[in-house]
Write a protein that binds this ligand. Structure first.
Ligand code: F6R
Length: 357
């Protein structure tokens, strides 16, 4: 039940700090080590390449997960859109391991890939929020999200739960390989949880930004580089699916290769900048679009902050910034839809679980 909340989406955005804590609890043993099914660990150790298969928001979480797994565990990862994979199957490595990411565990596009790769004799893990779902039953192993039921069509807490669980998988693999990490991942997820809470406590700030940016607009652009590029793709998906504002997420460096032609007086451009190595370049992009009349808004992070930024996120570990930078994006989408009188929890033309190909 949504209790005092006007919409499930807002309730689910607010639940994210608790979901992070629940995940820490479920994946931690009495000695504060990671607790994971040993057969999943063995599968990760035995593969030469992971293939993540997913759709929509789960695909966007996979993009973040790829970076985390590659950086922490040094295992190559490819991320594929489920509906494309079947007829555009890449050359597979010698020992592929498939990870299906699916909140519902029922997405038909993902299932058809699972059926296909099982026929080929490959191993699989499903990362899902629904124990007993089709993808969970049919894969060799399951990693649970522990996010609690997600009712709003627009996925929010499942996205952050997916990234957190993939982080735990990456850390476990790194440790099993004898690699040493220079940070305590479970503690860092705890910090993420607190930061998320501070963000959901400032809804009025994001409501105002949404009003300023989206009141009379037909389109909007999100830009980012590095890990922020993955988050802007999710930001644009959220905005378009519930507010019906045409939105795109771009890599900052791609603007000059075409997209900048779309910028007019008043076009909203939202930039995320949480990565030190690209901070300078993304700010250059913001200046370029501002010079062409765009209404700009920068969400940055402590340490990189500049006086003119719309919002400065508290510091979290650099690999985990998507877990926190996505929260303002979810809230911007929510308030944009709310102020346009859209049906936030049940956007037109969409179903929560897509069981047809
Ligand atoms: C977007 C959204 C969809 C789903 C997609 C995959 O907010 O909810 O894009 O992410 O349909 O669904 P699952 O994760 O259930 O496979």
């Amino acid at each position: 039940e949504k209790g005092t909340y006007a919409h499930f989406m807002l309730k689910e955005i607010d639940e994210q700090p608790f979901v992070m804590r629940k995940i820490i609890q479920e994946y931690q043993d009495e000695n504060d080590n990671i607790k994971l099914d040993p057969s999943i660990r063995a599968a990760m150790l035995d593969t030469d390449r992971v293939y993540i298969i997913a759709a929509g928001t789960s695909y966007n979480a996979g993009l973040v997960g790829k970076q985390i797994i590659e950086k922490l565990a040094n295992v190559p990862v490819e991320v594929h859109i489920a509906s494309e994979f079947s007829y555009n199957m890449p050359l597979l490595s010698e020992k592929p391991l498939f990870i299906f990411i699916s909140q519902s565990g029922e997405t038909a596009d993902s299932r058809s890939v699972l059926v296909r790769i099982k026929e080929l004799g490959h191993r699989s893990i499903t990362v899902t929020n629904v124990p007993g779902s089709t993808l969970s039953r049919e894969a060799d192993h399951t990693l649970h999200l522990y996010a609690g039921p997600e009712i709003a069509v627009a996925s929010t807490k499942a996205y952050t739960a997916q990234i957190a669980v993939l982080t735990i998988l990456a850390v476990d693999t790194a440790k099993a390989k004898g690699m040493t990490l220079d940070f305590d991942p479970l503690q860092e997820l705890g910090i993420v949880s607190s930061v998320m809470e501070s963000l959901t406590d400032q809804k009025d700030v994001f409501e105002q930004i949404a009003k300023d940016l989206f009141a009379n607009t037909r389109n909007a652009f999100f830009i980012g580089r590095g890990a922020d590029y993955f988050v802007v793709q999710e930001a644009s998906l959220k905005l378009k699916e519930i507010s019906y504002i045409q939105a795109e997420g771009f890599a900052g460096g791609e603007l000059k290769h075409g997209t900048i032609a779309l910028i007019e007086e008043g076009t909203p451009v939202i930039a995320i900048s949480t990565q030190e190595n690209v901070n300078y370049s993304i700010r250059g992009n913001v200046q370029e679009v501002a010079a062409r009349g765009a209404k700009t808004c920068v969400v940055s992070i402590e340490g990189l902050d500049q006086a003119s930024d719309a919002f400065v996120l508290p510091h979290v570990h650099e690999l985990l910034t998507p877990l926190v930078s996505v929260v303002p994006m979810q809230l911007l989408a929510y308030y944009a839809a709310l102020h346009r009188d859209c049906d936030v929890d049940k956007p037109r033309n969409l179903a929560k679980s897509v069981t047809v190909e």
